[in-house]
Design a protein around this ligand. Sequence first.
Ligand code: MN
Length: 337
Amino acid sequence: MLYFYTPCPADPAGPGCPVFDRPGVFDAAREGCRLPIRDGNTAPEKPKKPASPEEKSVALSLTEARRELALANRIVANEGVIDAFGHVSMRHPDDPGRYLLSRSRAPELVTPDDFVEYHLDSVPVRDPGVGQYSERVIHGEIYKARPDVMAVCHHHAPAFMPLLATRADYVPVFHLGAVGGIKPPYWDQHDEFGDTNMLVVKPEEGASLARALGQGWMVLMNRHGVTVAGTSVKDCIFRCVYSAMNAAYQVQALCIGASVASLTPGEAQLCGRISTATTGLERAWEYWSMRATKAGGIGPAAPRAVPARKGATGKAAGSKVGKGSAKKTKAGAARRR
Ligand code: MN
């Protein structure tokens, strides 16, 4: 069966889906596309009406945004990028001067009700009355420095640790690894701040990291982790998952002992556009969503009250942020990375 070009969901007004809508492509290869299949004997349908500017803006309502961000948290956990620590945020859909980040919870447990709204200086808009991530300045300072960034993820993916422990460069060793760039920058907190507990908790530390990120999408944090930015939550997660996969392949290839072949700069540039030039991003998101759903999906909201710990002084750790100064959350910093 032959197929004609059909509108690509990523670009309905465009010439067609560049991956799936080619003559002779089998049904199985189209599964991720979910477009109606037309056979060669049928007159081509009229192209769909182009999306209105409002639709193209893909602006999410706050409710939708919270749900997407909760799912993003579940996905990075389910795909092995994040464990108890690490976090994903998004710029507020209605106010670019704010961002949404979960209260201090393992991402695998985050629900749409867990998000706290922050100003870009990482001060909560309202006292959330719950523990907060101490490294939230990573997010705020990147949003401040990069108006084009709509989502940020900070993680300590095991796949990256051999590189981060040896300060080895990350190089894309397969096409999807291009999402991390070629030799993304390293940032070492010690260079500017000396001995610290290595948590990025001061605004100036977050700003330093944002400067290291520059105009890129991924910055490696020596002996700590990785911070990834994206033009959307989905873009950010795509970069996180495939850069972690690439890091694992790179390290495994190094173990073989042969020299590791990297994509050329030109290949990396072209491959870095795969997620936006094809249906790849939506296809991957649908796949990861299915896997996260199988793993339990987004569960019911948990009580927001932070239970008092045995031996605590009666005040829930980090629960009172007051004016939101990052230093006021130091009580629980060590376990809230
Ligand atoms: Mn960290």
